[in-house]
Ligand binder design. Structure first.
Ligand SMILES: C[S@@+](CC[C@H](N)C(=O)[O-])C[C@H]1O[C@@H](n2cnc3c(N)ncnc32)[C@H](O)[C@@H]1O
Length: 224
């Protein structure tokens, strides 16, 4: 795991996120499902990945089970990863990226900024990028004009199961009425292939990919 904040004082803190940051951490099994899909199409075990909206690391940790190096950052200091505004490019807050030339950028972005995250990732990732989004993200005239028509995803992977996400914590007993999918963009697709994003369902996998320790808060920067 790259660039963790290992200060013991910080490791013991759990810092509340301001409301506007849309902090809904991802149950780790949902990230393992993505990695299993990526592994079907190529070997990611030597690749680097940047999780640029990492929160407390609920996605960065399982990424560390599949990738050679994970660098994690977030605009807010949750005591995990470095502090970095992913959308600050060209502003006064623009700071060097915590990882140069990442092979992959993978995150669950704040929903109202997901298109901006995709456009920023498109300019940075070498192999590809993947965002966990509500399936409603597929709709929208502006989003189509500004994102999908310019950068069509290679894959759309809806979950057959619900991925229960609740504000500020992961909860094995949470229920959700919201449906989610992974969207994956590949940087080296041919133009003709661009016309047709592939759709594949993520078949039920929660039971197989979920672990009890996924729901325990572990020290910052450690891979559970
Ligand atoms: C839906 S939560 C997901 C957290 C984590 N990716 C996960 O899956 O567990 C969205 C995260 O985006 C972060 N965020 C919001 N705006 C950001 C920005 N401009 N740059 C970096 N992180 C941002 C929030 O602080 C929050 O941690």
């Amino acid at each position: 795991m790259g660039a963790p904040n290992r200060s013991s004082a910080v490791m013991q803190q759990r810092k509340e996120a301001p409301d506007g940051l849309d902090y809904f951490p991802t149950p780790p099994w949902a990230t393992r499902a993505l990695c299993e899909h990526l592994n079907q199409w190529g070997d990611i075990s030597g690749d680097t990945v940047w999780e640029p909206a990492c929160g407390e690391g609920h996605m960065a940790r399982p990424l560390g089970e599949y990738f050679a190096q994970v660098v994690a950052s977030d605009i807010h200091d949750y005591g995990f990863g470095t502090v970095h505004d992913f959308l600050s490019a060209g502003t006064l807050l623009d700071a060097p990226a915590p990882l140069d030339n990442p092979d992959w950028i993978i995150t669950n972005p704040p929903f109202n900024k997901a298109a901006e995250f995709a456009l920023r990732a498109a300019g940075l990732a070498r192999e590809g990028f993947a965002l966990l989004v509500r399936t409603a993200f597929l709709e929208g005239v502006t989003r189509h004009a500004e994102l999908f028509s310019q950068h069509p995803p290679a894959w759309v992977l809806p979950f057959c199961e619900r991925v229960p996400m609740v504000k500020g914590r992961v909860d094995p007993d949470a229920a959700s009425a919201t449906s989610y999918c992974w969207m994956i963009w590949l940087q080296h697709r041919s133009v003709s292939f661009n016309a047709a994003p592939a759709l594949a369902w993520i078949s039920p996998c929660r039971k197989r990919l979920e672990r009890p320790e996924d729901y325990r808060l572990v020290p910052a920067g450690e891979v559970a």
